[in-house]
Design a protein around this ligand. Structure first.
Ligand SMILES: [Ca+2]
Ligand SMILES: [Ca+2]
Ligand SMILES: [Ca+2]
Length: 270
């Protein structure tokens, strides 16, 4: 069954959602269409799970009783944290403000997609990156919700695992950390994590919370308001969140204001 908010057809739903009260949110503020496909994971079919910020902690409920931090080796798995999309399914998510191909975005990346993929531990439980549990998926982008451009090469559930805290050196920590990561800061896409220990992984993340990066300019787009994530593979994929990347502050402005340290501290707490 295909779900639509308030049972509106897509175009009307888009219009109805334009007055969103969450325009300043850096994460998806609304969903427009959710088709769960043929084999979504049981109990993971609430499209609201893909809205808002990514998860930092998981398993802390009666269903699982396995409280654990979201690390690069431990993806989020609570029912209300990730949305599952089965074979042939898709979701369309909307941002509260346009995503722009801003030259000040880190590494040129404008959008981050957070699945629940995690690295494979080659030396469990010490946390040595031996690969990644990747479940794939397909991403398309649109300015108007009608015309779509394929973001070829982007793997929404499988490229860069989510990390909830920068200071948790245990990849299977059962407590929260004290330094939340930044979900609007991309990981350097040139990094090869293979063989790294978890301390090296966190250094490479450099305060980022992970997420698969998308440079909308690479697909000829200057503005994006909607993202469609589809599954054409045999297994379900999971989506936790999407975010708009924040701009790198102009160094001169920060220096003049004398707020460099404060600016960094705030960015890390988004
Ligand atoms: Ca860009
Ligand atoms: Ca998954
Ligand atoms: Ca979520």
């Amino acid at each position: 069954m295909i779900l639509r908010p308030h049972f509106l057809p897509p175009v009307l739903a888009i219009i109805a959602s334009n007055g969103s009260a969450h325009a300043s949110s850096p994460f998806a503020t609304h969903w427009l269409v959710y088709d769960p496909g043929s084999n979504p994971s049981l109990n993971y079919t609430d499209p609201a799970s893909a809205l808002g910020r990514p998860s930092r902690f998981t398993g802390d409920n009666a269903e699982f009783l396995y409280p654990s931090a979201v690390t690069a080796f431990n993806g989020a798995f609570n029912y209300d944290q990730v949305l599952s999309i089965g074979t042939g399914g898709h979701i369309i998510l909307g941002f509260g403000a346009p995503v722009r191909d801003d030259p000040h975005h880190h590494f040129g990346i404008d959008i981050l997609v957070f699945g629940n993929a995690s690295f494979i531990d080659a030396d469990y439980p010490s946390g040595i990156v031996g690969g990644i549990f990747s479940e794939g998926g397909v991403v398309e982008l649109s300015a108007d919700g009608i015309h779509w451009v394929a973001a070829t090469g982007v793997t929404p559930d499988g490229a860069v695992p989510t990390v909830g805290y920068s200071d948790l050196l245990d990849p299977f920590a059962t407590e929260r950390g004290s330094i939340p990561t930044n979900f609007r800061l991309p990981v350097d896409p040139s990094v090869d994590f293979t063989g790294m220990n978890y301390s090296q992984v966190l250094d490479a993340y450099n305060g980022s919370g992970g997420g698969t990066g998308i440079d909308i300019g690479a697909y000829g787009l200057s503005v994006v308001n909607f993202i469609r994530i589809s599954n054409t593979g045999p297994n379900s994929i999971e989506i936790d969140a999407v975010s708009r990347v924040s701009s790198v502050p102009a160094p001169g402005v920060v220096a003049v204001l004398g707020l460099a340290g404060i600016a960094v501290a705030r960015r890390r707490r988004v």
